[in-house]
Design a protein around this ligand. Sequence first.
Ligand code: CP
Ligand code: NVA
Length: 312
Amino acid sequence: MEISNELKGRDFISLHNFTPQEIQLMLDTGIQLKLDLKRGIMPPILGGKTLGMIFQKSSTRTRVAFEVGMYQLGGHALFLSPRDIQIGRGESIKDTALVLARMLDGIMIRTFSHDEVLELAYWADIPVINGLTDLLHPTQVVGDMMTILEHKGRLKDIRLAFVGDGNNVAHSLLFGGAKMGMHVTIASPEGCTVDPAIFEQARADAQVSGAQLKLCTDPLEAVTGADVVYTDVWASMGQEEEAEEKERKFRAYQVNSALMKAARLDAIVLHCLPAKRGKEITDEVIDGPQSVVFDEAENRLHAHKAIMALTM
Ligand code: CP
Ligand code: NVA
């Protein structure tokens, strides 16, 4: 397949940095690569190229999707654990970036501080892909939007309700929704809502696309009439100490069959995974007919391939 050069050399750090047309290009490329793969076609778009993957936090989906994706694109991926590389012993991000840029064609990083990713991207003159920070999880949302497109046929005017913590996934959903004209309502307990700066930035895009962005505290209000119901863990990676307190705060925010009754009959359920079953989502819902969480997980592979094929 023909890969557009439009995004060649670009970092993929936040969906906020891309135009709706550029995001659409990622989605179309992901869908095409998925179709190809199902037909047994694996175009070696990144033949001879290497991606370094720095993981300062755990991962199943992101790691496997990037590693398998790189293989399927004809390239090679290197897993760089903080236990093994010198960052873990205090080598600076700047020096790491300058060295890796001499040997690799792209870097994927999953870490705590978003600023670390910005710093890495500043010094590395090769594309840097944000594989999740405390602030954002943009590769997730490209896969999510692909999944919504597959099941709903469009993003424009889709009503997505996110029930839970105003976390990295919620932030990226706001950015993605705002660009693509998808209405996003986030229901979180008092004090656990999204970062106001992110909300304001997303609002500027929403004014252009017509997306309605809302924050509330009532899960029922958010889910009523929704096409997509989305949830995520209450305590993200790095918040282990707050987990118990959050469980108390979020008890009324479980996505269960009773709450699902308020959504549209044909609503789909998304969860970025890993899930804490019985906490933010019940077995009945995650294993039920409305759940497409494993399509969503699979789409990480196709979405990541698209991001790499377009930028690297
Ligand atoms: N959803 C997601 O990013 O999963 P992993 O943490 O397993 O990569
Ligand atoms: N919000 C979750 C997402 C995991 C993929 C976390 O940061 O742990």
